[in-house]
Design a protein around this ligand. Sequence first.
Ligand SMILES: Cc1ncc(COP(=O)(O)O)c(C=O)c1O
Length: 412
Amino acid sequence: MSEIGEGIGEEPGKEFAELAARAEKLDAADELAAKRAEFVLDEVVYLDGNSLGALPAKVPGRVEDVVLRQWGRLRIRSWEESGWWTAPERIGDRIAPLVGAAPGQVVVGDSTSVNVFKALVAAVRMAGEGRDEILVDATTFPTDGYIAESAARMTGRTLRPVTPAEVPAALNDRTAAVLLNHVDYRTGRLHDLPSLTAAVHTAGAYAVWDLCHSAGALPVGLDEHGVDLAVGCTYKYLNGGPGSPAYLYVRRDLQDRFDSPLPGWNSHADPFGMRGDFTPADGALRGRVGTPDILSMLALEAALEVWEGVSVEAVRAKSLALTDFFLECVAAHVPEGRVESVTPVAHGERGSQVALRCEGAGDVMKALVERGVVGDFRHPDVLRFGFTPLYVGFADVERAARVLARVLAEVP
Ligand SMILES: Cc1ncc(COP(=O)(O)O)c(C=O)c1O
């Protein structure tokens, strides 16, 4: 059998029956299991929510209303009557509890890349002239590195790439800002946000965190840990849809000093005054730039409703249980030596994905997708599996490992 539903309903071999029975029990006891029904899903085991989250069932109806009624009938009136104008702050406040932020500090808009630029340049400006170095995570998702290089060039600073582990030793009184990823996109390694942020502060510098791979999967604690600035996307664990707008967090006590490198009319204190000189608005909405992308933004707002009544701690507990179980099933099903996990075993160092190094990973992932187990391939040799606790179950995990073993037996 080689099809989308491969592995469903079949008896796993005797040696694996115990894992399948355990998966069933874990699913029965899962307090988040009912959330799956709030998504549009099929028999595919979808382990790519760390790239593009699944579609929440409420989104299509909301988008239809936004297009046909709000835009189609109310037209310009919707900027006020449908709450379009205040959507970036309103939706920011909806994301805030998911990243441990009190209201008034998160604004939604633009892409993560653009928000990295705003946050990093603003951090360097806060640090002042005497500090001439920016540290960037050497293992970062490429866009952060490209933007950091350009930001350094524009602000006349030197950019020094270092691994997160090297950051404490690299900090000194020249450091202006440090740009870090909370979870490594390739390996799934969770970096120690509290202690790295504290080290950055001890050196008198500013910490900018990229939360793309952590928000919606684990507690972040931005306020609790005194993070200065943070950015993240909404199309992964927040399920906002392809290209949904990103967000920017500016800690409350830094907002007056947040000097955006992209001041637009939407971040002006009097946007409709149409003045020639720029006076920044108060609060996080200083992070706004131009006209918000309303269709995507309101799709995201509908998507965020699935978080109603969900605690991030419960999501984290399930995420760790899912990744533990996947590693166990892979160890049981896959012949030794065929794959090697590059994701840390320690819970304190693991995000919500498992990355397996594997020869021929590109072809292996293609075969997995054809058989209804969707993860992704990251150059040069990594199979990446993301576990979104709101819609992935333990039986999915067991099936994914079983199909992976079968594919590896067939792909030389
Ligand atoms: C860690 C990280 N940062 C930034 C980005 C890119 O963000 P965007 O394309 O929304 O600018 C991604 C995309 O996957 C990412 O994983």
